[in-house]
Ligand binder design. Structure first.
Ligand SMILES: [Zn+2]
Length: 154
């Protein structure tokens, strides 16, 4: 038996340490939390996604009584994919809001979203992932960092 150690690099920033492009996406993701339809969880997730062509898409979680809703980050990803198929995703910012305020700790995407974004990292084009808490912000270089033993064919 051998043991394999898997590590993930996460850089921790404050908002003021971000680039202007990153700040813009975080601001838009925070704004997008107000677009959430989440009467069941009362947990509003907002996402802002930037494509390589400069277009930005917002996403927000959408729930229903059948519990077959969609996460905020995937709603942005699929809207972008529907309008600009084949255009690479440059970066995405994700944040969340509940009980009248933004969540203190950065919110990480669920496993389904991780898989969906990972499959958009085709041809070695990594997607920068910005997880914005109320003050602390985590940045990862790729969705591969969120799924080191991912299910993938590429
Ligand atoms: Zn998700």
């Amino acid at each position: 038996m051998t043991e394999k150690k898997i590590t993930t690099k996460v850089r921790v920033y404050s908002y003021n340490e971000l680039t202007e492009e990153q700040k813009k996406l975080v601001d838009l993701a925070r704004e997008a939390t107000s677009h959430s339809y989440s009467p069941y969880s009362n947990f509003r997730v907002g996402a802002a996604l930037e494509l390589d062509n400069g277009e930005v898409f917002l996403g927000a979680n959408q729930e229903n009584a059948a519990f077959a809703g969609i996460c905020g980050e995937r709603s942005a990803l699929y809207a972008a994919g529907a309008k600009y198929p084949g255009v690479a995703v440059k970066r995405v910012a994700i944040t969340s809001h509940t009980r009248g305020d933004f969540v203190v700790e950065p919110t990480a995407p669920c496993g389904v979203c991780r898989q969906a974004f990972l499959e958009f990292e085709k041809n070695g084009h990594a997607i920068e992932l910005i997880l914005a808490g109320k003050e602390k912000i985590y940045i990862l270089d790729s969705f591969k960092d969120t799924m080191p033993l991912s299910f993938t064919e590429f």
